[in-house]
Design a binder for this molecule. Structure first.
Ligand SMILES: [Zn+2]
Length: 286
């Protein structure tokens, strides 16, 4: 709201003041204009009546502009209330403490000795794709073109970049469909995610894994932001929390997603990805 307050015009300190003392500075320029006599000069009663009339009109106009701007400052340009003021249900302790495993996630994501880094990234990325796809499918009937007209999470709106790199606005279910179709295509492409012994990973492999993880993060963030209530109704918050924490610990371990990208969910990440000792205390109250 900071910017909105800045936009507010400054109210006159005293509306009953003398014109020549308290008018906004821009008006003082009028004293060199012959018409300024209406405001500053003349002592006859007709001038005084006109003076009062103009002053009254000025006050009304000023208050109208002020009231309009103040009303606008309470809303976003599109007229909707800023969702920042909404409470984030998923941050409430009764939900954040629910997990489905007490495994130390950090230990789970570290590259095991003797395993090739790319193999490890490929295997984990494919698993996260399947799990996040499954998690989204549990609430997909509630994520429609009507309920989620834009792909949003924490006041951030995501646009899809089409094949020509053109940014396009789409609904959340369309966006998720684009993500899942693209990832499915990539992870099943033997030239990108090779499965045959001796076949090399392409040079673009790491950047593609980063791209996939970025998109999967958007899906998880959207589930929390727009469908947490439904997830709770299905009693799947423990699965979602565990999946999210595992995913965040994994992408942090291998620097797969820019922290600026994930910062919108830092409040949740801090709670869910805190020390494993905490996790063990919070586990499974289902
Ligand atoms: Zn949705």
């Amino acid at each position: 709201m900071e910017h909105a307050e800045k936009d507010l015009p400054k109210a006159p300190r005293n509306v009953n003041c003398r014109f020549d003392e308290k008018l906004p500075s821009s008006y003082s320029r009028t004293q060199h204009n012959p018409h300024s006599l209406l405001y500053y000069g003349g002592s006859s009663s007709i001038w005084n009546k006109k003076k009062n009339y103009y002053w009254f009109s000025f006050i009304c106009a000023y208050l109208f502009v002020w009231a309009t701007m103040f009303r606008k400052s309470k809303t976003k340009p599109n007229g909707k209330k800023p969702p920042t003021e909404e409470k984030k249900l998923y941050l409430e302790t009764e939900y954040t403490k629910v997990r489905v495993t007490d495994i130390d996630l950090k230990e789970l994501v570290v590259l095991p000795r003797e395993i090739d880094l790319n193999e490890w990234l490929a295997s984990n990325t494919t698993t996260f794709f399947n799990l996040i796809n499954l998690q989204y499918s549990t609430i997909s009937e509630f994520c429609t073109g009507e309920t989620c007209q834009a792909m949003s999470a924490c006041n951030t709106q995501y646009y899809w970049n089409d094949e020509r790199g053109k940014k396009t606005k789409c609904t959340a279910p369309q966006y998720v469909d684009f993500v899942m179709s693209l990832v499915q295509k990539l992870v099943t492409d033997d030239d990108i995610f090779p499965t045959k012994y001796g076949k090399e990973f392409p040079n673009s492999f790491e950047s593609l894994v980063k791209k996939i993880c970025r998109y999967l993060f958007h899906v998880l963030a959207h589930i929390y932001w727009a469908h947490f209530k439904e997830t709770v109704a299905l009693d799947l918050q423990g699965h979602l929390n565990t999946l999210y924490a595992h995913f965040i610990v994994f992408i942090r371990e291998f620097n797969l997603v820019d922290p600026k990208e994930t910062s919108i969910m830092d409040d949740l990440s801090e709670v869910l990805c805190s020390s494993s000792a905490d996790a063990q205390n919070h586990v499974k109250e289902r």
